[in-house]
Design a protein around this ligand. Structure first.
Ligand code: PMP
Ligand code: GLU
Length: 388
């Protein structure tokens, strides 16, 4: 007897998490692995954030909180969205979740059902299609092109729409390509979404990790009309190096925010109480940490770009955001799975296969790791490429 629900049976486990734990396991066994796998900042959470969480524990903030998060944090997030993203949301339109992964999940579960299609531009973050399948809806993957900077064009968006399309998932800055959409590009996509009445899940988790003077623009800030169709997702994992804390949030029109809050109230209840106080401190405290971290990422990014460009049989498009390189490996000829297995077992370099992002002939290298590891890892990667 097969007990697993059919939509769940077809899901794949997260490759990004699997590679990271495999690399960590090898390291613990004493293998000298250079890991480009994890999409996880290598910085520690700033002390003032830790102190706020410790203080919250000492103050007895150890009980259930309101399911959608403590009001101070929802207010703080609403204020941040207004000041930094030009987005006016009432605190009640903000729901704090257990990480931005959970925010994306809840948004999709709240809005999508069997019969619906969700447009996902590829290369995509590995979890989106699986979240759509959990909702019983169908992912509709649109392959974007390197020559367009891996960005979805309005024509591609329009061409992907059917009578069943419910939502577009947009992720800028993008994991895994590093693409950052400009205001004009967002305006053009918004116009299509408005004509066809399509929701947009705007995953902005990497908003502060932008380079080359690029500016992050929030989709919902494009116009009042598109704001009514947009669910903005963000969180604390990447910007404040708080991956383990599991705090993310959505901001959305009332009906969607309420639906998300209802699902959360029946599933996880609230995000961890003291982690919310840490997040509040992160929002309101000294932000200089963020600037320093972005400068460090940018230095690594430029170094990697200069090295990768010199390797003959791989291709790269300069990433302008997040902390990833998507390296085109078509000339090498192996499947991305074979390629990453070989890289790890013979060259002790951990990378994520393009297959996980819906783009086979590639692998993803994360630069959320120290420059020494990057240098050694790229020496090994270069050796691997030369041998193929
Ligand atoms: N969206 C994207 C594009 C991501 O890369 C991640 C990283 N895990 C998330 C959402 C979720 O982040 P978290 O759950 O750690 O807040
Ligand atoms: N988002 C990160 C990545 O893409 C962390 C792992 C995950 O949540 O999937 O590597």
């Amino acid at each position: 007897m097969d007990f697993i629900a059919s939509n769940i049976a077809e899901l794949s486990p997260s490759v990004t998490l699997a590679i990271t734990s495999e690399a960590n396991k090898l390291k613990a066994e004493g293998v000298d692995v250079c890991s480009f796998g994890a999409g996880e900042p290598d910085f520690d959470t700033p002390d003032f954030i830790k102190e706020a969480a410790i203080q919250a524990l000492r103050d007895g903030k150890t009980k259930y909180t309101p399911s959608s998060g403590i009001m101070e944090l929802r207010e703080g997030i609403a204020e941040k969205l207004l000041l930094e993203n030009d987005l006016e949301y009432k605190p009640k339109q903000v729901v704090v979740n257990c990480g931005a992964k959970h925010s994306c999940f809840l948004a999709i579960q709240a809005c999508c059902e069997p019969g619906d299609e969700v447009i996902i531009p590829a290369p995509y973050w590995t979890s989106y299609p699986e979240m759509v399948k959990i909702a019983g809806a169908e992912p509709y993957v649109v392959q974007t092109k390197a020559e367009n900077g891996w960005k979805l064009t309005p024509e591609e968006f329009e061409g992907a729409i059917s009578g069943r399309t419910k939502m577009l998932i947009l992720n800028s800055p993008n994991n895994p390509t590093g693409a950052v959409y400009s205001r004009e590009e967002l305006e053009a996509l918004a116009e299509v979404a408005l004509t066809e009445d399509i929701l947009i899940l705007s995953d902005e988790i990497y908003e502060k990790l932008v380079y080359n003077e690029k500016k992050h623009v929030s989709m919902a800030s494009i116009s009042d009309e598109i704001k009514k169709l947009t669910i903005t997702v963000n969180g604390f994992s990447k910007v404040y190096s708080m991956t383990g804390w599991r705090i993310g949030y959505i901001a959305a029109p009332y009906d969607i925010a309420n639906a998300i809050a209802t699902i959360q109230s029946h599933t996880t209840s609230n995000p961890t109480s003291f982690a919310q106080y840490g997040a509040l401190a992160a929002l309101t405290g000294d932000q200089s940490f963020v600037k320093d971290m972005v400068e460090e990422y940018d230095m690594r990014r430029q170094y990697m770009m200069s090295r990768l460009q010199k390797i003959n049989n791989v291709t790269v498009v300069e990433p302008e955001g997040a902390f990833y390189f998507l390296v085109g490996t078509e000339a090498i000829g192996l499947t991305s799975m074979n390629l990453t297995e070989k890289l790890l077992s013979r060259y002790q370099v951990a990378a994520v296969p393009g297959e996980a992002f819906g783009f086979e002939a590639s692998l993803r290298l994360s630069y959320a790791t120290g420059l020494d590891v990057i240098k050694t890892g790229l020496d090994r990667f270069e050796e691997f490429c030369l041998a193929h």
